[in-house]
Design a protein around this ligand. Structure first.
Ligand code: ADP
Length: 358
């Protein structure tokens, strides 16, 4: 392209950028609304404007205005502005119909590091190149706002009904903690909690994801079962400390997931040991309880996560260790566990239905 045409292109660009994109409030160019701008010989200009799939006609006046502005640039002789709307994008509708694998992360008790594991596992899936979501279903004690430092942000709502998940650390995330103060969530009771959960599954624009991790409330009883009956699970991961993992707990978990027809992808032993700088390991909560229990129950064992100060600090700071320190040995553990879990999804789970009728 000669210099004259390049200058002309710049002039058209800045003219178009002076028009505000109605959705983002940024300039049409800066917002990414315009693509494929071409300026050819003789000052012929063409470009494409991306319209929202649900109501492309709303953008006709904008297209006309952009066309007129471009034509007003000195040296431009003709303008073709094409309005395109991609086929209804799942991102504009709610629900999990476009999610390939939904994986639940469960624990028999609270405080075993289930949320810490869920968040880092989700980040591990994302760094394996998968489009990943994390849904914090612990309506009584949501932890995503802290673990992902999303606390002050609020999800946007489109069409007055569908919530957009918050993007954080490469994940699409939703938590009741984004919608209400954590202290008010604590007093919720049965029906309210269930309807909040339903909203976070059906009325969030999860879009097209490879994996959606569900961070369940602690326990393996009816509350959890009710939540799980709403979604087609690819499988479940059970988190435990060596000490707390009792065969009875795993059996309860197995029984619950059996009712949902979801396979157990495996057990993760968290807080497995503490390693001192000289490499000596102390098994603070006992040794290998979860591994043994998994073997006895006939379910896969996915791996151990040690007690680690950096993991605790990264969690409190809202910067998941797998993202903030990917080379850390504990991050590598999470990566290995994520790969093992995915292998088990492929081996154990039935393919998710592509169309769900609810
Ligand atoms: P749960 O979801 O099971 O209630 P959390 O994930 O909230 O548990 O973890 C409880 C606390 O333990 C948090 O402060 C977390 O940072 C810390 N924690 C979890 N796992 C580890 C670990 N492997 N090493 C150090 N601290 C951990």
């Amino acid at each position: 392209m000669n210099n004259q045409l390049a200058d002309l292109k710049e002039a058209v660009k800045s003219r178009l950028d002076a028009i505000k994109d109605p959705l983002s409030g940024k300039g049409l160019f800066t917002s990414g609304r315009i693509s494929g701008l071409e300026v050819g010989e003789g000052g012929k200009v063409s470009f494409t404007i991306e319209a929202p799939a649900d109501a492309p006609e709303r953008f006709v006046p904008l297209r006309d205005r952009a066309e007129a502005e471009a034509r007003a640039v000195r040296g431009v002789t003709s303008v073709i502005a094409v309005l395109t709307a991609h086929e209804a994008k799942p991102a504009s509708t709610g629900g999990v119909a476009q999610v390939k694998h939904i994986i639940a992360v469960a624990s028999a008790k609270g405080g075993v590091g289930k949320s810490t594991v869920a968040v880092n596992l989700a980040c591990a899936f994302a760094s394996l190149g998968m489009k990943t979501g994390l849904l914090d279903l612990d309506v009584y004690g949501p932890s995503a706002p802290t673990l992902l430092a999303t606390g002050a942000r609020k999800p946007e709502m489109s069409d007055g009904k569908i919530l957009k998940p918050l993007d954080a650390h490469g994940l699409k995330t939703m938590s009741i903690g984004y919608l209400v103060e954590a202290s008010s969530a604590m007093i919720w009771r049965g029906a309210m909690a269930t309807s909040a959960v339903r909203q976070m599954i059906d009325e969030v624009a999860w879009g097209d994801l490879d994996v959606l991790l569900l961070d369940l409330p602690p326990g393996t009883g009816d509350v959890q079962l009710t939540l799980l009956q709403r979604v087609p699970l690819a499988g479940a991961v059970i988190v435990s400390t060596p000490q707390e993992m009792a065969l009875a707990d795993v059996r309860r978990g197995l029984a619950m997931f059996e009712k949902t027809h979801a396979p157990i992808l495996g057990v993760i032993e968290n807080m497995a040991y503490f390693e001192t700088p000289d490499g000596a390991r102390t098994h603070i909560f006992g040794e290998g309880g979860a591994r043994r229990t998994a073997a006895q129950a006939g379910v896969p064992f996915l791996g151990e996560i040690p007690i680690d100060v950096k993991l605790r600090e990264a969690s409190d700071a809202g910067t998941p260790l797998v993202v903030s320190a990917p080379k850390h040995p504990v991050s590598k553990r999470f990566m290995e566990i994520a790969e093992a879990a995915l292998g088990n999804v492929a081996r154990l789970s039935k393919p998710a239905p592509t169309i769900r009728v609810v």
